[in-house]
Design a binder for this molecule. Structure first.
Ligand SMILES: CC(C)(COP(=O)(O)OP(=O)(O)OC[C@H]1O[C@@H](n2cnc3c(N)ncnc32)[C@H](O)[C@@H]1OP(=O)(O)O)[C@@H](O)C(=O)NCCC(=O)NCCS
Length: 169
């Protein structure tokens, strides 16, 4: 496959069914029990910061961004990120993460957090959040709770339980 055939587009509602199928394929039914899913259940993701990769009219990868609150702090949660198996290891995941981070920075956000593999996300600018600073609505391996600071020091503004911003008082 040529990467020249892949278009990167802002997500629209028309992409929803294909994104659901992509996430089912990537994460299976167990995705509904994950801490990040529990947070995303609390309200909508931000389509203006969410992107798809499309080839031949079909969605082959997706990244979503959801506004979250932790104490008085506000941030974004990146995910799910999924690439169709036939298109893995071509840089599509990395490209979508970079697009989401650039869009977050352009929109004035100070940080982006996620639950994911540090060996993958570390080179993309994410690092571990100090243990004990944040809690999640379901158990997570704290080694997988990662943050990318757009504004240096922004992590310090996030404390306590992470929830969808719509759930915050
Ligand atoms: C993880 C995923 C999004 C990566 O997307 P991708 O487009 O295949 O990845 P990229 O092409 O950007 O990067 C590929 C590189 O990342 C590495 N990589 C992929 N998944 C990794 C992981 N979980 N941990 C560490 N490295 C990983 C590959 O080995 C490859 O390394 P190389 O460049 O040294 O060869 C994709 O494999 C996927 O959809 N997986 C299933 C869903 C998932 O796990 N999503 C992430 C949730 S945290």
């Amino acid at each position: 496959m040529s990467l020249a055939d892949v278009a990167y587009l802002p997500e629209t509602p028309a992409h929803d069914p294909e994104i659901d199928a992509l996430n089912e394929e990537a994460f299976g039914p167990g995705r509904f029990t994950r801490a990040a899913y529990r947070i995303r259940e609390g309200g909508p993701h931000d389509r203006s910061l969410s992107f798809v990769a499309v080839k031949g009219g079909a969605v082959i990868a997706s990244v979503r961004m959801t506004p979250i609150a932790a104490g008085k702090g506000r941030s974004l949660m990146l995910g799910p990120l999924a690439v169709r198996p036939a298109h893995k290891n071509l840089g599509i995941g990395r490209r979508l993460v970079a697009m989401a981070l650039a869009a977050a920075a352009a929109a004035g956000w100070a940080s982006v957090l996620l639950v994911g593999d540090e060996p993958y996300y570390g080179p993309l600018g994410f690092s571990k959040i100090p243990y004990g600073q944040l809690s999640m609505p379901r158990p997570v391996d704290l080694n997988r709770l990662l943050i990318h600071e757009i504004v240096p020091g922004a992590t310090a503004n996030l404390t306590g339980e992470v929830m969808h911003v719509a759930q915050a008082r």
